[in-house]
Design a protein around this ligand. Sequence first.
Ligand SMILES: [Zn+2]
Length: 216
Amino acid sequence: MGATNEGALRQRMAEVMKAMDDKGLNRGTSGNVSARCGEAMLVSPSGVPASHLAAEHMVLIQPDGSMAPGSLKPSSEWRMHQGILDRRPDVGAVVHCHSRYATTLAVANKPIPAMHYMVAVGGGASVPVAPYATFGSMELAATVVDALDGRYAALMANHGQIVAAPNLDYGLAIAEEIEEQAAIYWGTLAIGGPTLLADEEMNTILQRFKSYGQRR
Ligand SMILES: [Zn+2]
């Protein structure tokens, strides 16, 4: 990948991190993003608030885990990002955040069921919950990769949400929609729970979403 593309990716990663803050998906330094960069991966740094992030802060990590001397410390979740990008050739970017409603459901270990057609933006008829493992661990990387099998989005038990997408913009849009669906589901749980769409209808919607392609 040429220098120009890498520069543009770095810039867009900083913008997406700021957008997550602006949209209320993230607070403080908890969220992180990554993007495929040729054979390597760019990942946001650890401990830098989104408002202070710049393109040069993104950390380039090689397939063997090595980083350029002088790089900032990468997000503690970099192995999870690398695991997803390794497993999923269809994925170009990963977006992770602790947005309030998605995290509420993740803490309660409640997958989002087929209660609205927009649940299908996650790539399945529901949004599953990946089993809990310590943040930053290889175990977490493995459970999240498994939960995302064939999907774009999953909740992470007692932690947050994770989105794997063709590109950064699509990833941000999916994360925002998953948070909205989580908020709606949370609300319905207070009034008796949702009525669900039939499997056949969700299959139709998933096919329609596929034919829209990467419309964002
Ligand atoms: Zn996290």
